[in-house]
Ligand binder design. Sequence first.
Ligand SMILES: [Zn+2]
Ligand SMILES: [Zn+2]
Length: 249
Amino acid sequence: MKQCINCMTRLPRKEVAEVAWCALCAPCQQVVADQMKLLHDRPGGAPVQIHQCGWCGVARSCGIGWRTRCLVCLDDRSVPDPAVQKIARGLELDGTWRENSEFIAATTVKIRLAKYFQPGWTVLATDVHGLPWTGFRWLTRSHGTWGRNDETGEVQQLKHSRGEANLLYLVRYGKVLKFGRGNTDRVGAHVAQGAVPVLVLSASSQEISVARDRLKRRHRSEMVSLRTPVDLFAVLPDGLDVTDQLPRN
Ligand SMILES: [Zn+2]
Ligand SMILES: [Zn+2]
């Protein structure tokens, strides 16, 4: 027996199909049959297809010929995942279970996309194992994050951008806060994804690294509720406030 990840019905193995890394029953496949539109088919010869959700507009990378669905949208057959509901309570989200799940998924995707930003490239889409159903505990399998070179049009799989991290930042994504370390490009990428800078401190990359680790131990997750007191100065007393020097949208 297999369980459909969307409606949790248990069915014989042959009655479920793999969609977006997970097992889905036929009625659940039917609900999203027209959801994804093929946006780029093997762009520049790259072994990837980029699909876009017709419901919310978020794109997803996918292997050639695989079945997929939106990273964010749930549907009328979806049932709540207790682990995601626990995350939503921790973040003090006040929506319905479905709104909260979709908000967590959408924010997770934005944060992921921001990590891959690099100058001269447009990030096209990513793929996060486990979304839209499960929360932070995805496995590492992914069809990759893909971007297009703004000058040459070349499409390739992007690596995490790893410029020197001289900033410790706290940004707000709608109903949640997210802290992290990075350079001006990283903070700018969060802003481009819709985040608002709350406080950005500059210091040596070593100090930033130590401070970020202390914050992570204190708060356990980089995404926390709006009411969580995230005190950057407590972990980086000599940090220089550069919040006003950042580019804004
Ligand atoms: Zn189902
Ligand atoms: Zn969607």
